[in-house]
Structures are given as C-alpha cells and as structure tokens.
Design a protein around this ligand. Structure first.
Ligand SMILES: *[C@@H]1O[C@H](CO)[C@@H](O)[C@H](O)[C@H]1NC(C)=O
Length: 177
C-alpha cells in the first residue's frame, strides 16, 4: 500500500517537473513571434457569412489589438495593414499575449459600395500564446467582412441553394411558437 503511494508520488513528481522544464524550454527559446493571417470579404448578400459570391476586398485596412483580460488596458497595437489583391492580410506580432484578448478588426474598406462594417464580421479573436497547446506560429483569423449597400441580384439563387430561406422560415416559426 505504502509502496504504491510512493510510486504514485514519484511519478507525479516526474510528471510535474517535466512539464515545468517544458515550460522553461519554451520561455528560453526566446521571444515569441506570431504571424496572424486572414481574409477580408465583401458580403454581397448582406447575410454576415461567406457565400460563393462573396468578393475579396483588396486595399481594405485592418489592425490587431490586444487588451489585458483583467483591466482592459491595451497591451499590443499593430500598425494598420492593407489587404492584398486577394483580400489577404498578414500581421506579425512579437511577444506572448497569454493574459490578453487579441482581435483583428476592420478599420476601413476600399470599396465605397461595400463599406458597412458588419456586426458579426467586424472583428476576429486570435490566440497569441504558445502556452495554450496550439503549436506553430501562424494563427488563422476568421474572415472579416463589410456589407454591400444592397444585395446583388444573384443572392436569391445562391441563398436558396444554401437552404438559407428554409432555415429562416424554420427559425421564424420557432420564434413564433
Ligand atoms: C493586467 O491587469 C492586471 C490588473 O490591473 C495587472 O495586475 C496585470 O499585470 C496586467 N497584465 C499585463 C500583461 O499587463
């Protein structure tokens, strides 16, 4: 009985010390550096999700900000970054932001007819720490989007194919019930 307790304690100790030295190895590897990548789209159907007729916006401006999770103070602020011809951006962040909430957010669109920031697509949370078990220094942010002033005519067809109207009707019934 006593023997098995000792064995359990010894293996627990080994476990704890190896995870500690793992954390130390990470810290000793030098400052972290992350590359945050993502896309900016024009929500041509004004539905706040991507469809096959959403269009990438080139020349849109985004930025990344981290805030202390406890007191909300800004802990990191990236320069403003412009999207490529394919609507892609990439932001390099130095440091580890384990105790912060980091978001990529829309600053402005380059398309006057598609410049309404959407509520759901306005910002995207990214995790910028290597201490959470996510490996690799490239972090993919969810898509961001601006809404077009008016939905384009093709939307009806595309949204019907996606089952959007049926879903809406179902939700409507549920809400009414
Ligand atoms: C976050 O805010 C708390 C409370 O003000 C503070 O104790 C902590 O050091 C801050 N952390 C960072 C990383 O700035």
């Amino acid at each position: 009985m006593a023997k098995s307790i000792i064995i359990a304690l010894v293996s627990l100790a080994i476990c704890v010390s190896s995870s500690l030295s793992f954390a130390h190895a990470k810290a000793a590897a030098g400052p972290s550096k992350f590359t945050v990548v993502g896309h900016v789209y024009c929500d041509t159907c004004r539905v706040e999700f991507e469809t096959k007729i959403s269009q990438p916006i080139s020349g849109a401006v985004v930025k990344l900000e981290c805030r202390n999770r406890t007191d909300g103070a800004v802990t990191y602020k990236s320069p403003e970054v412009t999207t490529s011809a394919k609507g892609e951006y990439s932001i390099v962040v130095e440091g580890d932001y384990e105790d912060s909430d980091c978001d990529v957010m829309l600053v402005k669109s380059s398309k006057p007819d598609c410049s309404d920031p959407t509520e759901g697509w306005r910002k995207a949370r990214v995790v910028l720490t290597s201490l959470d078990g996510i490996s690799g220094d490239v972090r993919f942010a969810n898509n961001l989007g601006f809404k077009r002033k008016e939905a384009i005519p093709e939307c009806k067809q595309v949204l019907t194919e996606m089952g959007y109207f049926e879903l809406q009707e179902e939700l409507g019934h549920e809400a009414a019930a």
